[in-house]
Design a protein around this ligand. Structure first.
Ligand code: NCD
Length: 310
């Protein structure tokens, strides 16, 4: 894999919104080349910093594995023991890491726009690992990869995204990607957790779960992001479970070969029941996790190659 101009040859990956279909296709097919690849030391001698100000299991570890499998060194920033605790600003932290001579920063931060903000301050690559409620582009890419792996296509599918859509950066990046691919997007949530700009998003809104999942090819469940909610928006958990938890009775309304997704972490028995989360026929949740490594290898490889091209 030599440095050649690819459809995706950007210095940063900040969001799905900016990408063309050709760029997304390029990353999806590049990820295929990394499935089951344990080491391709193509980026030996480079350094990737995981700059995570919010908790993470899947995203941080899969970026770390992806970078290591590409031969790069990885440094994990721990916000809790860093100088952020002494009042250092995000901008100064980013400039400080950049000054040490690294090739890429993967950032997760609670502020929408944080990745874009630091991209303008550093001369290394910046990859958005989730910025507030805004975007989580690599999650949408690995979700698209998983859907194509299971269904053979993305175009023309009916995909229901259910749960706390308002606060979910995963839902926002997925909606943005699905629009570009001509997906029939359905958003299912209580009225206060639905976005207000559905028409602009090209999505159909449902407060009735049964109507929303009818004949769906894919059901994407999303966690209730209590940490991002105003007190007045927090739902009554029992009522929420009754109306918005994916269970067997709701699942049978979708297509017989429907796949059930969740970006993780799952809140068991809140957004979906245990038996659906662990259902070997429908749940692809661990397949999403597995694909996350290959997808992040594809993104890091393209981005660190683009850096070579200048
Ligand atoms: C998500 C996130 O942090 O945005 N998790 C992930 O990256 N897989 C979703 C969530 O926290 O619910």
């Amino acid at each position: 894999m030599t440095a050649v101009h690819s459809p995706f040859s950007r210095p940063h990956l900040l969001g799905i919104e900016d990408l063309t279909v050709a760029e997304i296709e390029d990353l999806l097919s590049h990820a295929d080349e990394f499935q089951d690849v344990k080491t391709v030391p193509h980026h030996a001698g480079k350094t990737v910093v995981n700059l995570f100000f919010e908790n993470s299991t899947r995203t941080r570890i899969s970026f770390e594995l992806a970078a290591k499998r590409l031969g790069a060194e990885v440094v994990n920033f721990d916000a809790a023991t860093s100088s952020a605790k002494k009042g250092e600003t995000l901008e100064d932290t980013a400039r400080t890491i950049n000054a040490m001579g690294v090739e890429a920063i993967v950032i997760r931060h609670s502020e929408a726009g944080a990745a874009g903000k630091i991209a303008g301050l550093v001369d290394c690559a910046v990859i958005n690992g989730g910025d507030g409620t805004n975007e989580h582009p690599t999650q949408a890419l690995l979700d698209a990869y998983t859907i194509r792996e299971c269904k053979g296509r993305i175009e023309g599918l009916t995909i229901a995204i259910c749960g706390d859509i308002l606060h979910s950066r995963v839902a926002h990046s997925n909606i943005s990607l699905f629009r570009k691919f001509g997906v029939k997007i359905r958003l299912i949530a209580p009225p206060n957790l639905l976005p207000s700009n559905a028409e602009a998003l090209g999505a159909e809104l449902f407060t009735d779960y049964a109507a929303g999942v009818a004949d769906a090819d894919v059901i994407m469940t999303q966690r209730i992001q209590l940490e991002r909610m105003r007190e007045s928006d927090k739902p009554d958990i029992e009522k929420y479970q009754q109306a918005y938890r994916l269970d067997r009775a709701k699942l049978v309304l979708a297509k017989p070969d429907v796949i059930v997704m969740n970006p993780g972490p799952i809140t068991r028995n809140l957004e979906l029941t245990d038996d659906i989360a662990d259902d070997p026929k429908h749940s692809v949740i661990l397949q999403q996790v597995r694909n996350g490594v290959a997808m992040r290898m594809a993104v890091l490889d393209r981005i660190m190659d683009a850096e070579l091209l200048g």
